[in-house]
Each structure stands twice: as structure tokens, then as C-alpha cells.
Write a protein that binds this ligand. Structure first.
Ligand code: AMP
Length: 503
């Protein structure tokens, strides 16, 4: 058995994140930097271009064995072929050779490269490799787990390693080599906000600066030696999409990195989030505006400076900054929250006046709190879950009344506990009308209280769809006839998207 199977099995043998980190660290510490790099690439499914079609062209069609798990399907399929290891030396290829040949194969050669690799692997190794290529390696390891293991390996704190990770490449990371610098024209992951559960929680740590939360797309506007580039939150170069911002940034003096949000505008008001996405997807001409809320670099790195200091610098450079209000009590906070919601914003991002800028990190120095709405919806269909939830119907189609008909307004898999899902699965199966792709349609009997943050226009559903929906509880006390009406969310949509935030 090769190293990939061994490590995957060990990782799968525990649900504890701590234990997974320990396992990873112990493997990584016994590996060369090249081996560490490819192991991480495999665990995070970072080898692109191996689609189900390429994979099946290479090893054969295993789709009839697929019941929700690639590993199991490939194992079952290979066993029917009386699969055996065919390498002449009897020795499996090492993971560095495997990953490098997969990464360097040209598009036309991917099938052949994969075929030859798989033919020299034990079935288990082949099945894990293919699960990784298809993004279905269920070993419970995400980027955070890997970073924790690397932090231990390199003797750094998790916070430090997170920042380093967004400024340097994997090759240097696995060598514990940290030559990272924040500089304009070099993309990085911006600071993120933690979700607050209550107003009280936000103010408990002292006075804060509250800023309206703009519902658009994050932009990082870099300028160096007169050259302007705009990067997304994930480091994608989105400069061509926003010529207005390039023009504006060119007029500002000095080298800088401005952190802010671009929003779509319609007839002078803030348009729904979807409109801004259209700029990306359809290159349609949507009119935009943009506002900045931070400046991690201006002539020098400013991440160590306090929020207060950075805002001062920001406001001296540009007038297009997000408004803010100093808040000293819970009452003041609630009042400002209500004010910005009434003005059409999504909520608040509350910032610690002394907080530094934490690159690539979700931090309590910034806490977000968003508006929420509620509606009672009816479950009209449900889909089977994935991974741990594959035994349960866990993705629920929600519907509301439109006249005397129930109309779907989206689906959600969020909110219910495992136990509730297990019970609901039994009930829904007893209400089954027919099969649908991935699940079943059911008789409308179950009413759930749903919390959501926004309403959007939907091409898929009948006009409106709930955004960020989550089930709060099952309303056993309510009959289907008492469920919410489409007009309710239509009203919310109109309210949210007609009033201006920044106009
Ligand atoms: P979320 O996407 O819900 O995690 O919220 C965080 C996002 O809110 C950030 O990535 C920004 O794109 C956006 N945002 C909008 N207004 C602000 C603000 N004033 N300060 C920080 N982030 C903001």
C-alpha cells in the first residue's frame, strides 16, 4: 500500500481535528519538501483538468458502481477487472512522480498519463488518487487543517502561518521559508470578518467603529509605479472588468493597496448583488460604484498599524471611503444597525479601533452582523446529502403560496441537527410522491420556519428566491395552509432593492 492510502486511511480513522493535525504533522515531518508539497496538493484536490470524462476515458466507465462515493465506486469497478498491480518492478510509483506527471501532462495527454499511472498502482492507491482528482477525497482535511500542521512543523503560530500562506507559495511554505512581503501588484488574501451572534457580543469588548456592510464584491486595488491592478478576494485579476476603478486609482498619488467593495447601481440606487455578478459572468454593462474601507499599504506596509491610524491614512488619500460611526453602547449599536438597514445596507461590520490588519485571516477585530428575515415555508421535495449526510434527505426544497399554488423559492441544507434530519428523512420518505434527480418529491405536509438574509431574482425559480436560507425549526404546530405567501418575499425584495444605501 502506498503512502497516499496509508495517510488517507489514518486520517479517516478519526473525527478529531486535533488528531488529524497530529497525523499530518508526523507524516510531513518525515518527508522531503517535494513530497510534502505533492501530498498537500493531493489532499486538497488541487490537480485541475482531470474531469470525470478524462478519468473514465483513462480507467474505464465506473459510473454504474457510483452510489455517492468515488472511492467505493472505483474500488468496486477495479475488483470486477480482476485488477492487479502490473508494474514490472512490483514497486509503486512514488507520489512526487505521480503528481508531477499528472500536472505536466498536456490536455491531450492527460488520459494516457493517468492510465499509465493507475496501471502501476494498487487498487486502493488508484481509488484514493481518483477521489482526489475528482474532488471527492473524504478524509476531513481542509486548508485550515493543513495550515495547522504546517504551523506546528515550522514552529509558528496558526495566525502567523495563515498570513504567511496568503503571501507566499506552497513551495516555500513546505520548506518553512518565509520570505513573504506585502507589496502592491502581488495578490494576497484580504482580512475577513467573523460573524457576530448578538449586538451584545460586539460591544462587550469595548467601543467600536461600525461601518455599513456593502453588498457587492470585494476588490483590492493595487497601484505601483503608475500601474493599477484590481484583484478579487481570491487573488483573481479582475482589472479588465472595472475600467472606472482603474481610471480613478490612476489619479491617486503614490503606491498603495486599497481594500474595498464594488457595488452595482441601478437608477441611482444600490442594485442587488446579482447585478454585480453579471459584470463577471455576462460582461454586461452594469453601472457600478465603489468604496474603500481599508489600506494595508501606502508607501509602506501598514498592517501593523491600528484601524484608527489606517482609516486616517485612507481618508487622507481618497474621498471614496465607507462611512463609519463610533459606537459606545449596545443601544447606539442597535440604533445604527436599524438606520443602515432602513437605508438598504446588508448590515454592519464592526471594527476594533486598535486592531491591526490581519492578512488572509477571519478575525474578531472585524465582526459582521447582518439583517435577517423569516418566513414559514413548506417542504415540497428533498435531496440526499453527501459525505456524512449521505444516509439522510438533507437538502430541502422550500415553497410558498402564490394564490392557491405552492411555488418553490429555493433550497437549503442548513439549520437542522443530525437527529432532526434523521427523523425528517423517515417522515419525508413516508410522504414520497415520486423520484426526482438526487431525491424525492413529497406531499406538502411539513412546515419549517426559515431564516434568510436576502431575496434575489431567480432564473431558476418562479421569479424570487431566498438567499442564505437556513431552517430555524420545524413548525409542527402549523398547517400547510398557514405557510407564508410569495407576496411577503416580493415585498422584502422590493424594499431591499429599491431603497438606496449609497446613492
Ligand atoms: P461575508 O462575505 O458575509 O463573509 O462578509 C464579509 C465581506 O463583506 C467582506 O469580504 C467584504 O467583501 C464585505 N464588506 C462590505 N462592507 C464592508 C466593510 N465596511 N468592511 C469590511 N468588509 C465589508
Amino acid at each position: 500500500m502506498g503512502i497516499l492510502s496509508r495517510i488517507c486511511k489514518e486520517l479517516m480513522s478519526t473525527n478529531s481535528k486535533k488528531e488529524k493535525i497530529r497525523i499530518l504533522e508526523s507524516y510531513l515531518s518525515n518527508m522531503t519538501p517535494e513530497e510534502r508539497e505533492v501530498l498537500i496538493i493531493l489532499l486538497l484536490s488541487r490537480i485541475d483538468g482531470y474531469t470525470p470524462k478524462v478519468v473514465m476515458d483513462a480507467i474505464g466507465d465506473f459510473s454504474s458502481f457510483y452510489h455517492g462515493d468515488v472511492y467505493e465506486a472505483v474500488m468496486a469497478y477495479l475488483s470486477t477487472l480482476h485488477y492487479r498491480q502490473r508494474s514490472l518492478t512490483g514497486e509503486s510509483l512514488d507520489i512526487v512522480t505521480i503528481v508531477n506527471s499528472l500536472l505536466t501532462a498536456s490536455r491531450d495527454n492527460r488520459k494516457i498519463a493517468l492510465k499509465s499511472i493507475v496501471s502501476s498502482l494498487e487498487p486502493e492507491d488508484a481509488a484514493f488518487l481518483i477521489s482526489s482528482l475528482l474532488g471527492d477525497l473524504r478524509v476531513g482535511v481542509k486548508e485550515g487543517t493543513i495550515l495547522e500542521a504546517l504551523a506546528r512543523l515550522c514552529g509558528r503560530s496558526y495566525g502567523e502561518i495563515k498570513e504567511i500562506a496568503s503571501l507566499t507559495n506552497l513551495r516555500d511554505m513546505v520548506r518553512c521559508k518565509f520570505s513573504q512581503v506585502l507589496e502592491p501588484l502581488k495578490p494576497f488574501s484580504p482580512m475577513l470578518a467573523e460573524k457576530a451572534l448578538s449586538f451584545q457580543e460586539i460591544i462587550a469588548r469595548g467601543n467600536i467603529w461600525a461601518e455599513p456592510k456593502l453588498d457587492g464584491v470585494r476588490i483590492l486595488v493595487h497601484k505601483k509605479d503608475g500601474k493599477v491592478r484590481i484583484y478579487s478576494r481570491r487573488g483573481r485579476d479582475i482589472t479588465p472588468q472595472f475600467p472606472e476603478i482603474v481610471e480613478y486609482a490612476s489619479l491617486l498619488s503614490g503606491d498603495f493597496i486599497l481594500d474595498g467593495e464594488v457595488i452595482a447601481k441601478e437608477k441611482g440606487s444600490v442594485a442587488p448583488f446579482q447585478s454585480i455578478m453579471r459584470r463577471f459572468a455576462e460582461r454586461r454593462n452594469v453601472s457600478i460604484d465603489f468604496f474603500f474601507f481599508d489600506i494595508p499599504y501606502y508607501g509602506r506596509v501598514l498592517v501593523q498599524e491600528s484601524y484608527e491610524k489606517r482609516r486616517e491614512i485612507l481618508e487622507s488619500l481618497t474621498e471614496k471611503y465607507v462611512e463609519r460611526k463610533k459606537v459606545r453602547s449596545e443601544d447606539e449599536l442597535i440604533q445604527y444597525f436599524q438606520e443602515v438597514i432602513a437605508r438598504g445596507f446588508e448590515g454592519l461590520v464592526c471594527k476594533n479601533p486598535h486592531g491591526r490588519y490581519r492578512i488572509g485571516t477571519r478575525s474578531r477585530e472585524w465582526m459582521k452582523i447582518k439583517r435577517k428575515f423569516e418566513v414559514d415555508a413548506v417542504i415540497v421535495a428533498a435531496e440526499w446529502g453527501h459525505g456524512r449526510r449521505r444516509k439522510w434527505l438533507s437538502d430541502y426544497h422550500l415553497a410558498l403560496w402564490k394564490d392557491d399554488e405552492l411555488v418553490e423559492v429555493g433550497k437549503t441544507f442548513k439549520g437542522l441537527s443530525d437527529e432532526e434530519m434523521e427523523n425528517l428523512t423517515k417522515v419525508l420518505l413516508s410522504l414520497k410522491i415520486k423520484d426526482i434527480p438526487g431525491g424525492i418529491a413529497v406531499k406538502p405536509k411539513i412546515v419549517v420556519e426559515v431564516e434568510f438574509e436576502d431575496v434575489q431574482l431567480s432564473p431558476k425559480y418562479e421569479r424570487y428566491a431566498l438567499r442564505f436560507a437556513r431552517i430555524k425549526r420545524i413548525r409542527e404546530d402549523k398547517d400547510v395552509e398557514e405557510a407564508g405567501k410569495m407576496e411577503e418575499i416580493e415585498r422584502i425584495y422590493k424594499k431591499l432593492h429599491s431603497e438606496s444605501g449609497y446613492s
